[in-house]
Design a protein around this ligand. Structure first.
Ligand SMILES: Cc1cc2nc3c(=O)[nH]c(=O)nc-3n(C[C@H](O)[C@H](O)[C@H](O)COP(=O)(O)O)c2cc1C
Length: 231
């Protein structure tokens, strides 16, 4: 067991949150789940970690499907309601806090006004510590308006300013080491604009073994990388 206080550790993570919708013999349900992540492009997979004590847990197992609705900043009250009450005693979706619409391929309803509303079919589930990881394949989705998400970090927050970095070059050498006289080394460099370029460098044949500093410069930006030359 770690010696630190878990109450300090968990709020240090930064997450967003989803409203997980389900349907079952006792009607539809919604719960808040900040442990919701996209984990594959093709197929488009979403993983959600759910405490087996939540009604949603068994509703997903029984129906083999669920909806994922990413919470917008104007849905923070609905998120709190979905996250603090259980279908065990409350029909949460009867509240005006939730504006639902029918999904195309699953029985669970979706939440209007979410950043993303995705219909998922369960493809796998694994016990994961004190939660269960449910992996759903997205069979349909719609992207909502350009609203901002709720951000969770020591409480609920708004999305912050975009970080604008000073211009710079990040340079790395592949392979990490070269023999003197080796014909070429390849350098990869990426710019702050997310672009990248490849430069081919000739290692001079008379270069003695040692560690060298490579410097790339351009348009006011500089980057450095180490090159190991072996005799
Ligand atoms: C902001 C927030 C995030 C939450 N994230 C999760 C989560 O990722 N996984 C989970 O099992 N419970 C999470 N919960 C707790 C459930 O939403 C809560 O236990 C809920 O009452 C379960 O509802 P149900 O019993 O109707 O399924 C969260 C609660 C809040 C308020």
């Amino acid at each position: 067991m770690p010696s630190g206080n878990l109450r300090d550790a968990f709020p240090a993570f930064t997450t967003t949150c989803a409203l997980i919708t389900t349907d079952g013999p006792h009607g539809p349900n919604v719960m808040a789940a900040e442990w919701t992540f996209n984990v594959s492009y093709r197929p488009f997979l979403i993983l959600v970690a759910i405490d087996p004590g939540n009604r949603t847990h068994d509703m997903i197992l029984e129906s083999q499907e669920f909806g994922v609705n990413l919470v917008a900043e104007d849905q923070v009250a609905a998120m709190g309601f979905a996250g603090h009450y259980s279908k065990a005693d409350t029909d949460k979706l009867s509240s005006e806090a939730f504006d639902t619409f029918p999904a195309k391929h699953i029985r669970a309803p979706l939440i209007r006004g979410a950043l993303l509303a995705a219909e998922c079919r369960l493809v796998a589930h694994y016990p994961m510590g004190d939660h269960t990881a449910f992996v759903g394949e997205v069979v349909e989705f719609s992207v909502g308006s350009e609203k901002s998400p709720v951000v969770l970090h020591h409480g609920s927050r708004r999305l912050g300013e975009r970080i604008v970095r000073a211009p710079g070059l990040l340079v790395a050498v592949t392979p990490m080491s070269a023999q003197p006289g080796e014909a070429v080394a390849t350098a990869n460099a990426s710019t702050d604009e997310e672009g990248s370029f490849r430069a081919r460098l000739r290692v001079p044949p008379d270069l003695r073994s040692g560690r060298y500093l490579l410097e790339a410069a351009g348009e006011g930006a500089r980057g450095q990388a180490h090159l190991e030359v072996r005799a």
